[in-house]
Design a protein around this ligand. Sequence first.
Ligand code: PMP
Length: 442
Amino acid sequence: MTVEQKRVLNTAIPGPRSQVLHARKSAAVASGVGTTLPVYVERAGGGIVVDVDGNQLIDFGSGIAVTSVGNAAPRVVEAVQQQVADFTHTCFMVTPYEGYVAVAEKLNEVTPGDHDKRSALFNSGAEAVENAVKIARHHTGRSAVVAFDHAYHGRTNLTMALTAKNMPYKDGFGPFAGEIHRVPMAYPYRWPTGPENCADEAFETFVSNVHAQVGEKRTAAVLIEPIQGEGGFIVPAPGFLARVADWCTEHGIVFIADEIQTGFCRTGDWFACEFEGVVPDLITTAKGIAGGLPLAAVTGRAEMMDAVHTGGLGGTYGGNPVACAAALGSIETMAAEDLAGSAKRIESIMLPRLSALAEKYDTIGDVRGRGAMLAVELVEGGRKTPNPALTAAVSATCHRSGLITLTAGTFGNVLRFLPPLVIGDDLLHEGLDLLEAAFAEN
Ligand code: PMP
């Protein structure tokens, strides 16, 4: 099934059929499960999402950085159809199968570093992060975990504790897991003494805070997103990541890169850590790994991964055969179609146009990101006060015009762009035209 790569607006957004479904949703689905744009999807392919009213929307969200290979990517569809007809589940912990092993081999191959590695598979990003922490604690015999301001690591109890933002992720859901310690992020745009001092000062603050408030010998792991996702696509000041990673090695602390959002070609390399030559001890992946099927992984140094006793890691569905088949199809697509190169192509088209927009509107305080993970941070004209109202308004205008956009940021003032890596240049330009029109209107 192919979807024509063209924007079509048949009705207002959301259309009448979507509205009927949304009324059913409100009556049947827990209201805590929110919806960014209530158009109900019938089909999707490449860079287009087709709704039940026949509207075709340009996708600048990829289901939050998941369908990097495009929706219903041919290799993924074929691999999944074959696998689902062969067998759907045996539980890898009971009677194993090749797909799981093949995904682990691929992960060990494509993740940064040429050291001996092992992988373990799970269902969601949060579960991968939980397991990375379990592994780091088991390996080190230490308990403390250091996470950063603006971090997002998931919605389970431990990962809520690791996540920085209160609303909507944590409010009313405590008490949270203990032994989580938060330190400032090297956030160039908002660094108090200016971006030029950010890497040095953030590193010094990190070191002194961990030393004084946690203690190196109590610290099992430092967990960081190499580019923060939900926190607002914050790219740490150059050099910061590498210095933190080296310092961790010096102190026997496990350096965990959470590449759940940045991984699998999204930022123009297979993994975002590669841009700065950083080799993490453990890396968590999910989202883009399997073209839309639920799969997640922890990959890392063999001696750390194998420190855990047999039976200490796993779960009923972890590394489900259908999800593994999808991952193999997805990873093959990334390599065959050079989707890392495609992420750079997307950056080369989007970044200049976003920068031009920032020249025009002083409400755009910062333009940042890498590859096909780009964002603008919106502020009150000429100042740095976050402007979540304008962010919501611009995003809503984009939605009405048939462009799926997402917001992010601790202060809700970041518009983020995550197009599928297979999106064509025409759709990309058309999406940017709609974004420009939305700024003109608001
Ligand atoms: N870590 C990061 C960096 C993420 O972006 C996300 C999801 N937004 C998660 C962890 C949690 O993943 P999941 O929603 O699959 O549990």
